[in-house]
Design a protein around this ligand. Structure first.
Ligand SMILES: [Zn+2]
Length: 531
């Protein structure tokens, strides 16, 4: 009875407090994109905690009351979607019995659970599978639900496919039926990271490594980063099959290297544990980098990030040809301006560094007075002047009106080219830098994402290495006017091998986005596969 009383209180408070911040937030969130089972609010959390914790079933009155409460309290929950919401609410690994109790309640009431409800139920089976092996009876239940869902339509929508994939990989004998469902997902959308990851993890788990690797390569083609569970599944498989350690672990390391992927600390911990399980075949030590990229464990220096002469030529030619001409990146400039700029570069190159003047000046804020902006630019020019570097400063016509004294310093100590006020700066910057030669650096905070993207899959990693080796940027300016400059990192920051030793950078936790900036990871693993 306590629970029923709480429900009534919740329903009452929901109605009278309809404009309280949690509900309003929830409403606006779901106006944009209603999502089953991700309802978040203090009230729902309270409801879950008080109703579902330590319970395997509710009686009919309690379920009925819960349905009414949700429908009455939330305008986007109605008779059609409330069942899926309720299964979503009891979606934890320990709540499978509770979810099944609700479906039984529906059937006892003469209602057939709809596709969304059954789909959510499969996710609860999947959550339970994450913590234990499901019984034969539970696996049969999954198959029965999958048959019902597949029987309803010839082609399922992507969300239903994803639910089925999660259900099927929780079975021992029938998980391969998930493979065509991943293909079916592609008919209506790009398969999600979760769908790819759960299937690849299963494939590693049962030793179908070729399927797993095919899925991983496909993910990276789509710029989707595999979840930690995939790598952990592979490492679990290797732990059980030491004869595969060398080939599969090397394949993993080369995959991480090729795609510039950082593993999470969680995967790093699993690798350390694997070395303890297989000490004859694998040595792994947690390490950090000392000055100049020296490993504190093996004392070797990481490989230089510099690309080869041939790679530089390929990058330069492709950039000048495909990106500048083919994609018309100079579109905001006039042909006369581009011609004038090219002539300027031909006459005054090579430079040691090309500075994006406006980007530098605005580094510490765009609303500063012009005098301050000009002084900051002059300070950056002085930074290179003191190092006897020859620089090109790119600017815009309106910068001619900035403080005469500071701009006079810039003109006296650098080659200067002003574009018209609407031109894009990056194409000019990259053109002058690449045209100037392999040793030339550039100064800008811009991450150059779109330019890297335009170069395509093959050249993008080469562009990224070139960018890492040559990009300077301004970190900050102190109150005394001193500038803190971020210098390029000249050694590799991705997984790679030095001699027989692999160095593996780790990040704190998984994120679905690839990092765009260049930061030295705090944690590394020094790894040796004993052959
Ligand atoms: Zn080392």
């Amino acid at each position: 009875m306590y629970n029923l009383r709480l429900l009534r209180q919740l329903r009452y408070s929901s109605v009278i407090c309809n404009s309280t911040p949690p509900l309003r937030f929830l409403a606006s969130q779901h106006k944009r994109r209603p999502q089953l089972g991700v309802v978040k609010s203090n009230q729902l959390e309270q409801l879950k905690a008080n109703f579902f914790d330590s319970r395997n079933e509710l009686n009919d009155d309690e379920w009925q009351s819960l349905r009414h409460t949700l429908i009455d309290s939330y305008k986007y929950i109605d008779a059609h979607n409330v069942d899926a919401y309720i299964i979503g609410l009891c979606g934890g690994a320990e709540q499978l019995q509770l979810a099944k109790s609700y479906v039984k309640f529906l059937k006892d009431q003469g209602k057939q659970p709809n596709g969304a409800t059954l789909g959510r139920l499969l996710r609860v089976y999947s959550a339970a599978h994450g913590t234990r092996t499901l019984s034969d009876a539970e696996q049969s239940e999954i198959l029965s639900i999958c048959d019902t869902l597949r029987g309803a339509h010839d082609v399922l929508d992507a969300t239903s496919c994803e639910h089925l994939i999660h259900g099927l990989v929780a079975t021992k004998q029938h998980w391969q039926q998930a493979v065509p469902l991943l293909e079916m997902m592609k008919l209506t959308s790009s398969p999600t990271i979760a769908a790819y990851s759960v299937l690849a993890a299963k494939a590693f788990c049962v030793g179908d490594t070729e399927l797993a690797w095919r899925l991983l390569e496909e993910m990276l083609t789509l710029r989707k980063l595999p979840k930690c569970e995939v790598y952990i599944s592979l490492l679990d498989y290797i732990a059980e099959n030491s004869s595969k350690l060398c080939t599969q672990l090397e394949r993993l390391l080369r995959f991480l290297e090729h795609h510039d992927i950082l593993i999470s600390a969680k995967v790093g911990t699993r690798l350390l544990a694997l070395a303890q399980q297989q000490p004859k075949h694998l040595q792994v030590t947690a390490t950090r980098l000392e000055r100049m990229g020296r490993c504190a464990n093996c004392e070797q220096h990481l490989e230089r990030v510099a690309i080869s002469d041939a790679q530089f030529e390929q990058l330069r030619d492709s950039f000048l040809e495909k990106v500048l001409v083919g994609q018309d990146v100079f579109q905001k400039s006039t042909p006369e301006e581009v011609a004038r700029f090219k002539q300027h570069v031909e006459q005054s190159a090579p430079y040691d560094c090309v500075i994006d003047g406006l980007n530098v000046a605005y580094s510490t804020g765009v609303k500063k007075p012009p005098e301050q902006l000009a002084k900051l630019l002059a300070t950056v020019v002085r930074y290179f002047k003191e190092r006897r570097k020859r620089v090109l400063v790119l600017g815009r016509q309106h910068m001619r009106n900035w403080s005469k004294q500071a701009m006079h310093y810039v003109h006296s100590n650098a080659s200067v080219f002003f574009t018209n006020n609407l031109s894009q700066d990056d194409p000019f910057l990259l053109y002058a830098t690449l045209r100037s030669g392999q040793e030339t650096d550039f100064f800008s905070r811009d991450l150059m994402r779109s330019h890297a993207f335009l170069l395509g899959n093959e050249l993008k990693p080469i562009f990224r290495r070139w960018q890492q080796e040559h990009q300077y940027s301004l970190v900050t300016q102190t109150q005394t006017g001193k500038i803190i400059v971020k210098e390029p990192i000249r050694y590799r920051l991705s997984v790679h091998q030095v001699g027989n030793v692999w160095h593996v950078p780790c990040c704190e936790s998984y994120t679905p986005q690839m990092p765009e900036s260049f930061e030295v990871p705090q944690r590394w693993l020094c790894l040796n596969i004993v052959k």
